[in-house]
Design a protein around this ligand. Structure first.
Ligand code: NI
Length: 168
């Protein structure tokens, strides 16, 4: 197992839609293991493959720090098949350090995917799990949470980001 480098905004790979995983082979298995290790080391609740520079439709989620009843989730080729309700909560991202903002998302979702053995699964999640699922699947579509902010908030984020870059 190895720690992977987490790509940061505005790296291009984060903006590109990922390609479906065709063959769940041993290199995908070791990528999954490395992503899990990388997510835990960074104290994140989720990580998408393109966040470590691999443009494949695959992500890992673990919200057990906040909700211990929910185990580690590995999703291959996930899709949201149902959305219900709306809720606005603060969100952050390992690819955008030191920035958090409120994002409006569906309160409940149902996701269809394959698990790491290639078995079809369906996961119904509410609240934090629903938010994590939507955040990670957005990543796989090439979308970051700042892309979901209102135009005014997004401008504020960009200015703050440029200022932070200028100070380095
Ligand atoms: Ni993220």
């Amino acid at each position: 197992m190895a720690l992977l480098e987490i790509k940061k905004y505005p790296e291009k790979v984060l903006k590109q839609k990922t390609a479906p995983v065709i063959d769940i082979n041993s290199s995908i298995q070791s990528l999954i293991d490395d992503m899990i290790e990388t997510m835990y080391a960074a104290k994140g609740v989720g990580l998408a493959a393109n966040q470590v520079g691999i443009s494949k439709r695959l992500c890992v989620i673990d919200i057990s720090a906040a909700d211990e009843g929910i185990p580690l989730i590995v999703l291959i080729n996930p899709d949201i098949i149902e959305k219900k309700g709306f809720v606005e909560e603060e969100e952050g991202c390992l690819s955008i350090p030191d920035y958090r903002a409120k994002v409006k998302r569906a309160k409940d979702v149902v996701v269809r995917a394959l698990d790491r053995k290639g078995k079809p699964i369906e996961i119904a999640g509410g609240d934090l799990l629903a938010r994590a699922l939507q955040h990670e699947i957005d990543h796989l579509e090439g979308m970051l949470f700042v892309d979901r902010l209102s135009p005014i908030k997004r401008e504020f984020f960009k200015k703050k980001f440029k200022k932070a870059m200028g100070n380095k």
